[in-house]
Design a protein around this ligand. Structure first.
Ligand code: HEC
Length: 123
C-alpha cells in the first residue's frame, strides 16, 4: 500500500515537472516573437501604445474613432521612415494633432516604437 502511495506521489511529481515545462514555454515563445508581433502587443496594450483608444486597427477590440483607421498604410506613407516620424511626433505634420508624440515624449521606448512601426507597416 505504502509502495503504491510512493509511486503515486512520484507520478504526481513527474506530472508537475512536465506541467512546469509547459508553463515556461509561453515565455520562451515571447522571447522568440517577431518585431511585428511585439509591435502589435505594444500598439494594443492599454498601458503602452494604446493606439486603439483613438484608432480602429484590424484585430483590435473596442477601438475609439477620433482618428483614421490604421489600414492601407503603404498607400498613405511613402516609407517606413515617414511612418516612424508620424508615430515619433505627430505634431511635425500637424501641430494641432491630438495624437501623443510617442517617441519625442518617451511614452514608449525607441525599441517599442520601431516594433510598432514594423507592425503598422503591415496594415
Ligand atoms: C489620443 C488619440 C490618439 C492616439 C492614442 C494615437 N493616435 Fe494616431 N492619430 C490620432 C489622430 C487624431 C490622427 C490624425 C492626424 C492628426 O491629427 O495628427 C492620427 C494619425 C495617425 C497616423 C496617420 C494616419 C494617416 O493616414 O494619416 C498614424 C500612422 C497613427 N496615427 C498611428 C498611431 C499609432 C501607431 C498609435 C499608437 C502607438 C497612435 N496612432 C495613437 C490620434 C491618436
Amino acid at each position: 500500500m505504502i509502495g503504491t502511495r510512493k509511486k503515486l506521489i512520484g507520478l504526481v511529481g513527474a506530472i508537475s515537472v512536465i506541467a512546469g515545462q509547459f508553463a515556461i514555454s509561453p515565455i520562451a515563445s515571447a522571447e522568440g516573437m517577431s518585431a511585428v508581433e511585439k509591435g502589435k502587443k505594444v500598439a494594443f496594450n492599454r498601458k503602452t501604445g494604446n493606439c486603439l483608444a483613438c484608432h480602429n486597427i484590424p484585430g483590435g477590440q473596442a477601438p475609439g474613432n477620433i482618428a483614421p483607421a490604421l489600414i492601407a498604410m503603404k498607400s498613405r506613407f511613402a516609407s517606413k521612415e515617414e511612418l516612424h516620424e508620424q508615430i515619433w511626433d505627430a505634431t511635425i505634420k500637424n501641430p494641432e494633432s491630438a495624437m501623443p508624440p510617442f517617441g519625442k515624449h518617451g511614452i514608449i521606448s525607441e525599441q517599442q516604437l520601431n516594433d510598432v512601426v514594423e507592425f503598422v507597416w503591415t496594415l
